[in-house]
Design a protein around this ligand. Sequence first.
Ligand code: BES
Ligand code: ZN
Length: 618
Amino acid sequence: MKMLRFLCFAALTLLAACKQESATTTAPPDPKADPHSFAQPNLAVAKHLELNLKVDFDQKILTGTAAWTIENPGKVNEIIFDTDNLDIQKITIGKDEKEATYFLVAPDSVLGSALRVEIEPTTPKGQTDLVTIYYSTKPDAAALGWMEPSMTFGKKLPFLFTQGQAILTRSWIPCQDSPGNRFTYNANIEVPVGMMAVMSAENPQQTSPDGKYSFKMDKPIAPYLVALAVGDIAFKPISERTGVYAEPAMLDNVAWEFADMEKMVKTAESLYGPYEWGRFDVIVLPSGFPFGGMENPKLTFATPTVVTGDRSLVSLVAHELAHSWSGNLVTNATWNDFWMNEGFTVYFERRIMEAIYGKEYTEMLAQLEYWELLEEVESMGENNPDSHLKGNLAGRNPDDGVGNIAYQKGSLFLVMLEQLTDLPKWDAFLKSWFDTNKFTSKTTEDFLDFLKENYLKKYNVTANVDEWVYGPGLPANLPKPVSSKLANAEKAAQNIANALPDTTGWTPHEWVHFVRSLPANSDAATLKKLDAQFKLTTSGNAEIRYSWYDVAIRRGYVKEILPAVDAFLVKVGRRRFLMPVYTALKETGHVQDARRIFEKAKGGYHAVSRNSIEELLK
Ligand code: BES
Ligand code: ZN
């Protein structure tokens, strides 16, 4: 048998030996190389994936094959894939499935293991054009959220969802896992009869009788955008090209909540050009989903915590939709360019929200996040390189770059640029950026070149671009959102010792700001009175609830609310809510409670949330 499994247990010296033993490549390393991927797609590149997987809920594994159509411009004798914690059984090359020699290099703690497969650079029949990897995932694969029936809405069937961003796809599909790299895919997924499978692809709208589903994504996408969800799922249309998926018992509520989806798509198209992905659907997942939303192409994944019954958190849908341009159409080339995905998207989200829901409402959203940005920048300290827009994440987990710098400083950078001319000029410029670069991945420098040529020079304006992108903190020409509604809520909070506020007509955003503005010296008795009146501890809105817990715990109002905090932390898996509450418990001498709750809750958390909290509480 030709298979050779190479496991280097001791770290660096042996690793070097591994490298020497493996096939050699002569071309120099790509100067644009992604520090979070072992692949060298400039030499040998995987262009199309045929994925065949069977979903086993009992063992919590996926088993099957990933067959990659490859090209070999470097005429090299190996192709490198990223993997993390995969169980590889066999690899073949060519359509005749000749067994291949491969090396699985010892894992790096952040990046996983490089998988080096020997290929034929030139044969009488030509180059190797197909690499088929037979494999299974492990039960603790980082991308996979295996939810027990008790963690679902219906409590009858289990649920599985994947989360690929930033570098987790490699834990369920061996792939060249860099956002600078794009491929098309088809998939055949087999699930237990009675369940539906959906992907970031053309999707079924009905449960199949035999549990078999086929998918097709014929536009080239980045690896972090391959996604799968399996469970008791049903579909309801909103318009011709938009609709929602959810567990049957919540489907109608979800459809009501997101009734404006078509309006959002039309608005987005009127700004930055046609929606290129065919359908735009949203699936609402079990509450263990670690994010608010994830922009998987054609099918956004969303947390159930945005289904509030009052449509107050639909900006999340606008945000994920906006990624259909900034992120999915034009993608950050590496995770150091992450601000180009999120900063553009927050900017675009606000434009969509303003067009549909008005200026006052949108300013409220912008103002809240502006304050979050100020707070974060302050806590980072002066001259912290992590406050540059252009990231420096080599050697670290790209998760470290997820924060208000990329999102809010990034979006305000674009607002600053917008204000240099006028909306028609700026919008035409942005539209041409998307149009010129669609279905490609771009670096920060690519954007800055384009900006200088097609905007700054063209309209004869200047800006401190380098300070914004490569400098720390917040430049002096930072645009500052202002919301009079939030200013009122803030006044009410400052006056809390004297009077309970008149909260008629308050949106959850005003509530959130009110709660966050409660004076640092307000005592437990005042908070208790407030709580008795407004039932904040059991609010149906998770944004209010986590903000309130954070504030209440820090002001000593803990004992009474701990059972509700406990229930919230067990039920909800969204990291943005969990982290502040666990942090508040830890920092106020309640770390034992935090650990006890975490032990109980962690089985229901996705690895993304679990790892962050584990780190916090250790
Ligand atoms: N793409 C992000 C989520 C993400 C970022 C996952 C980085 C993994 C790594 C998504 O578009 C997002 O920003 N979600 C936000 C909600 C949004 C309304 C700001 C979230 O989940 O909180
Ligand atoms: Zn986003």
